[in-house]
Design a protein around this ligand. Structure first.
Ligand SMILES: [Zn+2]
Ligand SMILES: [Zn+2]
Length: 408
């Protein structure tokens, strides 16, 4: 069986070394020209074997990297300093190599006819990564690093990119008048103006802010986002088992979080409760955004004129199990495209009715506009409860009782 060095020399034999001329190459740059041959070797080992075989003189400097590969230890030190303030267990090293170096390298591949070269960028990443791993006692993780140190060889600098921290759980919203996410003032876009009383937002707080504040008290971070499995109206409560969500903390300083303490702090707010908090990943955000699950609502309706029980039962039955055509409601038309969609209501139960008001339990497909299903939105939703009854119907209260997902 051929040894790894034989593989390297075979790759090198197919190259035209005379074209190298008097350009000096360091061992690493020489070896990297056959860097994808000979498993398990370092590039300097490859380079020394090639130098001996083809009688390539030992260099004073290196035409290709200009001594860059002697500096990987310095870059590892720089990266370790920059990563100092951040708590993490996994990392990745990336690099921006001086474009002139890359151009020289790629030109040399073509001139010499290199068929198995390795790019200098991957050598820098790997060598800095190895030293950093030893120095920090932490693992490099190519797929999902918590932090990425990006070495810029042209400027001798290291930038740190800190990946977000994710938690998932379910929330209940016990009070009305709270949006799910922070709602920036449209007029000033968050800067603060007369319209928003200088707060930069339209509501005092949001589910997002209550939950994120509790998490960020422990993690620190530069910002947050809340991703919900759908959202309820600002004036609707979210009850029952709550709504699945993922909260994202941007650039967290710390990643060790006492989730029970987070839950206690949120639950003490009186307006929002959370349960089932656990660590999550970016894939949970995708899953939660794609989930199109049915919901069950409690709706309190006031009639414009008295409605008999029998008539109400008939009207309710006529809405179930058939397509409801909903043109984009007037109340959201300023921010959503005007189009007509069909949704199906799978169940409506009359819980109470006294002729003037009724409380309904409505179960409907994801994306059904429940208020419009009741009042008809001036004929933009058909059929509707108001249309079926022939009286005006006003939604007095709306609550989400159940988000019918399979998860916990
Ligand atoms: Zn070199
Ligand atoms: Zn404003």
């Amino acid at each position: 069986m051929a040894s790894p060095l034989d593989d390297v020399l075979r790759a090198a034999e197919s190259m035209t070394w005379s074209r190298l001329g008097d350009r000096p190459l360091c061992d690493a740059c020489l070896g990297r020209l056959a860097g994808r041959a000979g498993h398990g070797l370092t590039n300097p080992e490859r380079g020394r074997a090639i130098r001996a075989r083809f009688a390539i003189p030992a260099p004073a400097g290196c035409w290709l990297c200009g001594g860059l590969l002697d500096e990987v230890g310095k870059f590892a030190d720089l990266a370790a300093d920059k990563l100092g303030p951040w708590e993490f267990t996994t990392f990745l090293v990336g690099s921006k190599v001086d474009p002139e170096v890359v151009a020289r390298e790629e030109g040399l591949w073509a001139e010499l006819g290199a068929t198995q070269p390795e790019a200098i960028k991957s050598e820098v990443n790997r060598e800095v990564g190895k030293r950093l791993s030893m120095r920090l006692g932490k693992e490099a993780d190519l797929a999902r690093p918590e932090v990425v140190a990006i070495v810029d060889t042209a400027f001798d600098s290291v930038d740190v990119q800190v990946n977000p921290l994710f938690f998932r759980g379910r929330y209940r919203k016990l009070a009305r008048g709270i949006p799910q996410t922070r709602w920036p003032c449209r007029r000033c876009r968050g800067k603060g103006c007369e319209h928003c009383g200088g707060k930069g937002k339209m509501y005092e707080t949001s589910v997002e802010e209550v939950v994120a504040a509790a998490v960020m008290a422990q993690t620190g971070g530069s910002g947050h986002a809340l991703h919900g499995m759908g959202r309820e109206d600002v004036d609707a409560r979210m009850l029952g088992r709550g709504r699945p969500f993922v909260v994202e903390v941007k650039e967290p300083r710390r990643r060790t979080v006492d989730l029970e303490a987070v839950a206690r702090l949120v639950n003490a707010s009186g307006s929002v409760e959370v349960e089932g908090l656990r660590l999550a990943g970016v894939e949970d955000v995708v899953a939660i955004k794609e989930d199109r699950v049915a919901k069950t609502y409690r709706v309190l309706v006031r009639f414009g004129s008295p409605v008999e029980d029998g008539k109400l039962q008939d009207a309710v039955a006529s809405l179930v199990g058939r397509p409801i055509a909903q043109r984009t409601p007037v109340r959201v038309s300023h921010r959503r495209a005007d189009r007509t969609r069909e949704r199906v209501v799978t169940g409506i139960e009359v819980v109470t009715s006294d002729g003037a008001t009724t409380e309904l339990r409505v179960t409907a497909e994801a994306g059904t506009y429940i208020k419009e299903l009741v009042h008809g939105d001036g004929g933009r939703t058909t059929p509707s409860l108001a249309g079926a009854l022939g009286v005006t119907c006003e939604v007095v209260e709306l609550d989400v009782l159940e988000v019918r997902d399979a998860g916990t």
